[in-house]
Design a protein around this ligand. Structure first.
Ligand SMILES: Cc1cc2nc3c(=O)[nH]c(=O)nc-3n(C[C@H](O)[C@H](O)[C@H](O)COP(=O)(O)O)c2cc1C
Length: 345
């Protein structure tokens, strides 16, 4: 409701300025009981995945809360789980602004944020302070200055720091905005990274007496025949889930629209069909061996259900929240499990 009133004004502002205004304001409104948000996870279809019990299958996608600064606010949206980050070992400013663009006519965003974040030490403090007790995915990455051959060092450092706090750890090798990052999706670079993460997890599991699931997030721009191949490597390395997908470098469907030629990753409605197709191909390859978290272009309840029907166990939202506001969470939860959600309404 509040969001519906504010949106026309917010859309007059630069996209990143609007983003920076809206979250602190919503947090303040929520503290004073004025947000009208559900307050906690909406009842819906309960899903067991990665050894975790999700109260509903709709989650926040990575990148909205990069610094773990708004955990309690997002928890109040009604999500069944939150994924925060991407966080890197050292703080970094990201790319120069402007770096986030709205393409409202296509219900899309282009971003080239470049992992702007406060660094792992601050991030861990923020998570501890929030005392959020729902399902928390922590998405980890590498610093821009770390050469790609040393990438595993950064992922391992982040894994060590977040291990005791994460319900699952999401490994981001698919952002289009960090040079060469997507090279980690293939060949010896992928093997080396999965080996390093597997080894480190075995050691951390002994130390903490808990095996934290690892989910790997992939790009929609992988060629079709690379999809079963990467799924096979994930299974061989005991990866626990696949998050599909990140933003695309394609510009299909944007011809002639303002900002269409900005560099970065495209998200929102134009990504929907390809993200669903990737889920379908993954599901065919995996045959239920590990769960798929479907993300990309979910802007309605029907879109969420389509992703589940394609083979995802869970879904995540980002751009849909910008265009639809928090009401999209309830709509997606209800579409996936109409009966349970109607009873709660
Ligand atoms: C501004 C912005 C920042 C993002 N930052 C991250 C990030 O830090 N890590 C990540 O894994 N994905 C990031 N994403 C990708 C989203 O998590 C999601 O995979 C993508 O936006 C597709 O979903 P959507 O169409 O619902 O937005 C970002 C997306 C946007 C729009």
């Amino acid at each position: 409701m509040l969001f519906d009133l504010a949106r026309p004004l917010l859309f007059l502002l630069d996209a990143e300025v609007a983003h920076e205004l809206v979250l602190p304001s919503a947090r303040l409104a929520h503290r004073f009981g004025l947000s009208g948000l559900p307050g906690g996870p909406l009842p819906g279809r309960q899903v067991n995945a990665m050894g975790l019990a999700f109260p509903n299958p709709v989650g926040l996608a990575a990148g909205f809360d990069k610094n773990a600064a708004f955990l309690r606010l997002f928890a109040a949206f009604g999500f069944g789980f939150l994924e925060i980050g991407t966080v890197t070992p050292r703080p970094q400013p990201g790319n120069p602004k402007p770096r986030l663009f709205r393409i409202a006519a296509a219900r899309a965003l282009i971003n080239r944020m470049g992992f702007n974040n406060c660094g792992i030490a601050r991030f861990v403090e923020n998570v501890r302070r929030a005392r959020y007790d729902g399902i928390l995915g922590i998405n980890i990455g590498k610093n821009a200055a770390t050469p790609i051959e040393r990438a595993a060092d950064d992922y391992v450092a982040c894994m060590q720091a977040v291990y005791p706090l994460a319900s699952y750890i999401a490994v981001n090798i698919s952002s289009p905005n960090t040079k060469d990052l997507r090279e980690l999706q293939r060949g010896t670079a992928l093997e080396g990274l999965l080996d390093a993460l597997g080894r480190e997890r075995r050691s951390l599991a002994r130390k903490h007496n808990r095996r934290v699931p690892i989910a790997v997030k992939i790009a929609p721009d992988l060629e079709d025949d690379a999809i079963p191949a990467i799924a096979e490597r994930f299974l061989a390395h005991e990866v626990d889930a696949i998050i599909a997908t990140n933003a695309t470098v394609s510009r299909a469907g944007l011809a002639g629209l303002p900002h269409a030629d900005e560099a970065g990753g495209l998200t929102g409605a134009p990504l929907r069909a390809r993200a669903t197709e990737v889920v379908r191909r993954l599901a065919a390859a995996l045959q239920g061996a590990i769960p798929i978290i479907g993300v990309g272009g979910i802007l309605s309840g029907a879109d969420a259900l389509e992703r589940i029907d394609a083979g995802a166990s869970l879904v995540q939202l980002y751009t849909g929240l910008v265009y639809r506001g928090p009401a999209l969470v309830r709509e997606a939860v209800a579409a996936i499990e109409p009966q349970a959600a109607r009873m709660a309404a």
